[in-house]
Design a protein around this ligand. Structure first.
Ligand SMILES: *Cc1c(COP(=O)(O)O)cnc(C)c1O
Length: 384
């Protein structure tokens, strides 16, 4: 658990981050690349809930060439944590952030000439140049300059000596299906736009488009760099990638029992009594983790936790900061009753049993990305 130099956990619920797994996953992505191709590690949303600075340090020492974030604040946070590699913001931030971008050498994505020129003006005043990545809209309809308009766009900003194009990129909406028409169309549009820029003699810098699924499934589209996110954290973006690249989950979620009780038969548990004790042999255990920690209330009475390598059902409505678990004796299966301080696993492995982010995502009707981000928001993180 926590290293001895660390202050004690202030609460008996925490996220464990396996640095070794993170390093091996990062290496697995490096191994997909040729010697001249780069790895951009996506560490937005506090590294998908895993802790941006700690993770970026591991990735940097394992060969990450660049980091991508969602907000300028996330970039500044990395710089303040001692990360020196190039940092890219994956959308065009507000004009007001330009001084911060230049001060901290954080590259914006650019797709409006207003932003590009203001960025250039400020850079000239500050005696520097503003590097940026040109985002190209190829079909997702989220951000970027439309792929048919990149030449006009570049002609309207390239005169400015305060800006330099460090890269061009697009983002796939359907990279889990690389044989599909939608993916192929986005790829073709991107390749055409890049070719047009090159034919016109315009600097493209680092050309990149692959997220995790495209990186794994379509080696032909790596270009100069891949942008891997979810896979670094050991989570598969879709079923198609599962058999193609082995990854190890980095995050597990644990808690210790803070109270045990044996309510009488028929007693309710939690808000609204959505669970009633069916037998006197049911032990109700309280865990100090709730929906404000990422344990969605929609999981109430439907999820399991692991205790001594066995599945126990969570019972009653999940509260904001706590939830209850039933340790059930049956005539054919005797379990050692839980005690104050016993550890339970919310996500992760215990003996032969495992509860995955995917299992929880399936129960919630969402994707593993959202589950991991949720657990990162309030729980303390323990790095191993
Ligand atoms: C989040 C994001 C990624 C990483 O996607 P994963 O599926 O997690 O690999 C890459 N590029 C952009 C633009 C993103 O927003």
């Amino acid at each position: 658990m926590a290293g001895s130099s660390r202050r004690p956990l202030t609460r008996w619920a925490w996220v464990e981050i396996d640095r070794g797994a993170l390093r091996r996953n990062t290496r697995a992505f490096k191994n997909l690349l040729g010697p001249r191709q780069k790895l951009c590690c996506v560490v937005k949303a506090d590294a998908y809930g895993h802790g941006a600075i700690e993770c970026a340090k591991v990735m940097q020492s394992t060969g990450a060439d660049m980091f991508a974030v969602a907000t300028v604040d996330e970039g500044v946070h990395l710089r303040e944590g001692g990360i020196n590699a190039p940092i890219l913001v994956l959308s065009e931030p507000p004009l007001e952030t330009i001084p911060m971008l230049l001060e901290h050498r954080i590259m914006p994505s650019v797709y409006t000439s207003d932003f590009a020129l203001a960025y250039g003006e400020y850079a000239v005043q500050a005696g520097t140049v503003g590097r940026y990545h040109l985002a190209i809209e190829t079909g997702m309809n989220r951000i970027g300059v439309h792929y048919t308009e990149v030449l006009d766009f570049r002609r309207s900003i390239d005169f400015h000596r305060g800006i330099v194009c460090d890269g061009v990129f697009t983002h796939f909406a359907t990279a889990d299906d690389i044989d599909g028409w939608d993916y192929k169309l986005q790829r073709r549009r991107f390749d055409e736009a890049v070719a047009a820029l090159r034919d016109a003699g315009m600097e493209c810098g680092v050309v990149h488009c692959d997220n995790t699924p495209a990186s794994i499934l379509d080696p032909e589209s790596h270009h100069d760099m891949i942008r891997a996110g979810i896979g670094l954290y050991g989570l598969q973006p879709c079923d198609a990638t599962r058999s193609r690249l082995a990854l190890e989950p980095v995050m597990s979620v644990k808690a210790r029992v803070t109270r045990t009780t044996h309510p009488a038969m028929g007693e309710g548990v939690g808000y609204g009594f959505t669970y009633r004790v069916p037998r006197t042999t049911v032990q109700i255990c309280t865990l100090p983790i709730g929906y404000a920690d990422g344990l969605s209330r929609t999981l109430s009475n439907r999820m399991d936790v692991l205790y001594r390598g066995e599945r126990m059902r969570q019972v009653g409505n999940i509260c904001m900061d706590q939830c209850m678990v039933a340790v059930q004796q049956t005539p054919i299966h005797q379990i050692r009753e839980a005690e104050y301080g016993d550890e339970m696993t919310i996500v992760g492995r215990d003996g032969d049993e495992e509860i995955t982010m995917d299992e929880m995502a399936q129960l919630r009707g969402t994707i593993n990305y959202e589950v991991a981000c949720g657990f990162g928001m309030r729980l303390e993180k323990v790095y191993r």
